[in-house]
Design a protein around this ligand. Sequence first.
Ligand code: PGA
Length: 270
Amino acid sequence: MAKPTGNPARRRLVSGNWKMHHDHLQSIRTVQDLGLRLSAADVASIDVSVHPTFTSLRSVQTVIEDRVIPVALGAQHCSHEDQGAFTGEVAPPMLARLGVSFVIVGHSERRQFFGQTDEVVAATLRAVIRHGMTPIVCVGETEEEREDGETEARLTSQTTAALKGLPAEQVAGLVIAYEPIWAIGTGRTATAEDAESACAHIRGVVGEVAGAEAGQAVRIQYGGSVRPENAAELLGQPDVDGALVGGASLDAATFAAIVQAAGAGVPPGR
Ligand code: PGA
């Protein structure tokens, strides 16, 4: 297994993005099952979050609190406005009131299917921070961009657009997810080398935008067909600080195996 050599101050974060799956009853069962499978030792040196749909958030919050399940509550999206006439949207303070800790911002599916622009992503992540939650800001290239050798340019422009002008200490506290679009839900995973090279590039861009200290502190996840079999190698890369897991997070046993693989690679004291 690859040895983690990353910054020990960056605690790994493994997040389960349930997307538009699991109604509230299935969500309750899944998080209860996860609670039975995760031991205190599994989460001693890493953070874990689950991101159910809006209709499941309240139920999952109650189960996590009642059973003291060691996972943080996350959301998949929110508005960049605090309130108002925006039919169908959910406001950041509503999520904060539910005990949500992490909010995914700018997932490629939001960008692609719901027209979320770089400007809206930047406004949304600021709204999330303003309400005391941590954004997980997604960036990543399409297959065409990768073939054209434009991966780094794409990552630079998305990361810069999202973070420019944000105070360094806020940048240091957020999470970025590198998600190559061609690897999402396809079963194709980036090689550990490609994931490392992209995450190291993003870290460099963060350093340029917000200063070297923020670049070193920011946590960067890899996402795209993460499974129990490839998690340890991907997370063993020095600039990969966690995983954003879609399909493989829907089943508690599979997601717990990924969490355990992620935690197993962390040396004592990290
Ligand atoms: P996947 O999704 O693990 O199903 O590829 C990842 C994501 O979109 O966050």
